[in-house]
Design a protein around this ligand. Sequence first.
Ligand code: IVH
Length: 669
Amino acid sequence: MDEEKSKLRMDELVKILDDANYNYYVLDNPTITDQEFDQLLRELEILEEKYPDFALKDSPTKRVGGLVIDKFKKITHTIPMLSLPDVFSYDEIIAFDERIRKSGIEPVYVCELKIDGLSVSLHYENGEFKTAATRGNGTIGEDITHNVKTIKSVPMRLRKKETIEVRGEIYMAKETLKKLNQERQELEMPLLQNCRNAAAGSIRQLDSNVCAKRNLDTWIYHLPNPEDYGIKTHYEALEYMKELGLKTNSSSKLVKGVNGILDFIEEYTKKRPTLSYDIDGVVIKVNDLASQKKLGFTSKYPRWAIAYKFPAEEVLTKLKDIIYTVGRTGRITPNAVLEPALVMGSTVKRATLHNEDYIIEKDLKINDTVSIRKAGDVIPEVVERKLERRTGSEIEFKMITNCPICGKNLEKKPGQVDYYCLNESCPARHIEGLVHFVSRHAMNIDGFGEKIMEDFFNLGFIKTIVDIYHLEKHKEDLIELEGYGKKSVDNLLEAIENSKQNSLERLLFGLGIGGIGDKTALLLARTYKTLDTLSEKTKEELQSIKDIGPILANNIEAYFKDVDNQTLIHNLKELNINTTFLGEEIKESEWFSGKRFVVTGTISFMGRDEIEHIIENYGGQASSSVSKKTDIVIVGENAGSKETKAKELKIPIWNEEQLYKVLKDLNEV
Ligand code: IVH
């Protein structure tokens, strides 16, 4: 194909692909199959590679991300981006209507859904998409153009060559959030609380590749300069924006009078759970633009619109009991046992009550009728007790004074809110302590989950750490247990035996001495080389190590002075468990071996130090600046200039997911 023909074909492909995007994402009416789309996109990509000069800046091929920015530039809104006054009751809607009528206006309203996302301003010049900005403080927002380009419902070219600013909401569909959270759960990453936070977090990415994967969407609902286009009403503005190819919401409705508004609210209160996106209320706007002008603005809001917010879904249920759990550190947490209740689609039976003060502050009594809701739509929370529902049969709350498991007195340190069971041999603390001992960063005994430990504990096979190494004695019993079998028992016993060879830091971390994390354990093991040497150090001596403060030093000294702990250590040594620092074995992995890495940005599942540590453990090198010598750059959230440099130098980049997969493969996460 000669150059001219190629250029024509490229223009044609852009048009076909833009139209396909429009039909699919704006009109929700696909005209070609995904396969056809991908094929045409590939054809365009190939032509663009061959003729980069003909490639459009806003080509459909650029919608998959690619652009990474250093920081967000500021964009000034020539017309301030105002928000709306919230109202929470029908009375306030009636008052709004009365106020408008008093000013001599006979209003027609447009009722719209209040989309729960974040507002955006889009600028087009001669029909071409130019910039997108967040609301910011209303006057100055942030430039999010690179990310908005990846939102398929935002047209890169309008259907008319108009120069125009439009505003609307960027949101994430409920299903998209669900899938994203499923993926994050599999990767053991923190879950995103709701669609709004997920959308806002995605749009605040410096790397548009991340945003592109989040499948954001838009509803456009506001034209700041309608008179420039000869438009007389808000509803006409919506229709005009739709004509331009922007995605407007078809539920927007013209209504007369308060009853029309209330009907709309009732209708969408019912439909809300069936919508594919989250709404948090209904926006009511005066339709006629001349009337809007007459009503004007306060310093913060337009006088011609309000936002009715749906009440947060709170459900009444009964507080049947307050029960307590004991953590590995002995911390006691009170939990509400609730009459099962359906809140936003899932059954809630328990909610944390955090601590004694929290319960006292909320004045909760057992048998109280309480309202519950999902904080951030995810975590159940008790909002308040309903005083008017008290019958006199309620039981006064009184914080327990003894451990629910071992019965020993609980203690509360001055100035703290939490109670602790300080009984080191409290069985509840033991299960968690045991689980901690065998966990990956401690003795790393494969095949020992929490459930297995609980079973063995309850069967009396394992009560203390030492018992783990005597499990062999129960081999026949274990094989007989439902769900175990010879093979898994053999594997488990072998893993236990192998763990005896671990380097000191693993044992030290596994012992669960207050405040000793895996890094401190490594530091101590490296410094003192043997458990015996460490155990003889005074707290003053310990504090001579950088990073060991007085509390930690105190804990360490106290731990080794304790007679029970001395017996434990003696017994572990008798079992031939290694108590010396073996240095770090350099492990083998083609992912890291001999390669130079730079880690930049925030990785959600692991600290940078730890990642660098693993790289070095596998014979790689971790450095802080990107150069031609760098082999791979690992980028987390808000990575910034190092990522840009990596792209310039065409150095391969791993994102969080890729890193996770590699680490998982190596059993490091
Ligand atoms: S109109 C001057 N319409 O709710 C009018 N806002 O507090 C500007 N929102 O910041 C806003 N859906 O982010 C409008 N259909 C809708 C909306 C909507 C959601 C958001 C928007 C705004 C806030 C109002």
